[in-house]
Write a protein that binds this ligand. Structure first.
Ligand SMILES: Cc1cc2nc3c(=O)[nH]c(=O)nc-3n(C[C@H](O)[C@H](O)[C@H](O)COP(=O)(O)OP(=O)(O)OC[C@H]3O[C@@H](n4cnc5c(N)ncnc54)[C@H](O)[C@@H]3O)c2cc1C
Length: 287
């Protein structure tokens, strides 16, 4: 590893000032599960590594007027242990449990996961299915956007130079909804997703409304299966309807063939996974 400077600010403002002062040579470090691997293998050293793990507001999970706010520095283990998340967005815990092994979950953060913006990231689908928003801090102050807009492309987010992700908010209206997550890998633990899928369901007079289906690892970023959602909205739920919607969801994905799985196998996984998460989200919505 090549030498670099290291700094650990205590506040967001300090972190932003350091990023602005050092330009592209400054790199953020949260849990380090991704970035330290990069650092070891990269031929180019950063000028300065900015460790944001000491910024206390990044590790809070709290209910606000806007909804459930989760700091970007909250680890996957903290998500699994949070009573607030268990009560209001338990599908997030299902997703967190599938990330790496205990050691990765203890260090890896929600913010780090979202900023890596790889197509297979496991925190994305549930948060997209729950219409989460993100807050970004930078030299011009704070701005918010939907997580769907934050994901721009593979390994590319909407973050501008000297900006960082401060928190993720699940809007109040989405809390407590029926929501479910499934991940398919080559094995049950320590596997990257071949496909991951989440759905959230609202029921109005026993009809489906505002259904959201999010698919990961089958397109450049997490996508919503909008045609499948439209097929479901306004209808009474049934097994046949969910089969039809899952078929349609598969037509909306663009999976790749690679050494881990063929595109056609991934399409099968979408069909199976989408049907399963819809059925489970419905059960939870009815409960
Ligand atoms: C063995 C292993 C298994 C893994 N398994 C999975 C898995 O199953 N599923 C999965 O989704 N991921 C997996 N990962 C990837 C990784 O662990 C997660 O993405 C993790 O959540 C990253 O968080 P971190 O805090 O460690 O990020 P870091 O490594 O600290 O940072 C990652 C990137 O995000 C940037 N960054 C971090 N925080 C912020 C912020 N607040 N604002 C702006 N930029 C920021 C950093 O500069 C860096 O570029 C695995 C990694 C390893 C090593």
């Amino acid at each position: 590893m090549r030498p670099f400077d290291y700094v650990a600010p205590n506040t967001v403002d300090e972190a932003v000032a350091i990023l602005a002062e050092n330009g592209p040579g400054a790199r953020l470090l949260a849990g380090g599960t991704d970035y330290v691997v990069d650092l070891k293998h990269s031929s180019k050293a950063p000028k300065i590594v900015v460790d944001i793990s000491r910024i206390s507001e990044f590790s809070r999970i709290e209910m606000t007027d806007q909804g459930l706010r989760i700091g970007s520095g909250v680890t996957h283990t903290e998500i699994m242990d949070s009573a607030l998340i268990a009560k209001h967005a338990p599908a997030m815990q299902e997703a967190a449990l599938t990330i790496g092994a205990v050691q990765t979950r203890n260090l890896g953060t929600l913010g780090g996961n979202l900023v890596t913006c790889v197509p297979s990231l496991d925190s994305g689908p549930v948060l997209i299915a729950l219409d989460a928003a993100v807050t970004i801090a930078g030299p011009q102050g704070k701005r918010t956007m939907t997580l769907a807009d934050f994901f721009v492309g593979p390994r590319k987010t909407a973050l501008e130079p000297a900006e960082l992700l401060t928190d993720i908010v699940i809007p109040k209206a989405m809390l407590g909804r029926g929501c479910s997550f499934r991940k398919f890998g080559l094995r049950n633990g320590q596997a990257l997703a071949l496909v991951n899928v989440a759905a959230s369901i609202n029921l109005e007079k026993a009809k489906l409304s505002d259904v959201r289906i999010a698919l990961g690892a089958v397109a450049p970023t997490v996508i919503r299966a909008i045609k499948a959602e439209n097929l479901l909205n306004g209808k009474a739920p049934s097994d046949d309807l969910f089969t039809e919607a899952a078929e349609m969801a598969a037509t909306e994905a663009k999976p790749i063939n690679d050494f881990r799985a063929s595109a056609s196998y991934r399409l099968d996984l979408i069909r199976a996974g989408a049907k399963r998460v819809l059925a489970e989200a419905l059960e939870r919505a009815q409960a």
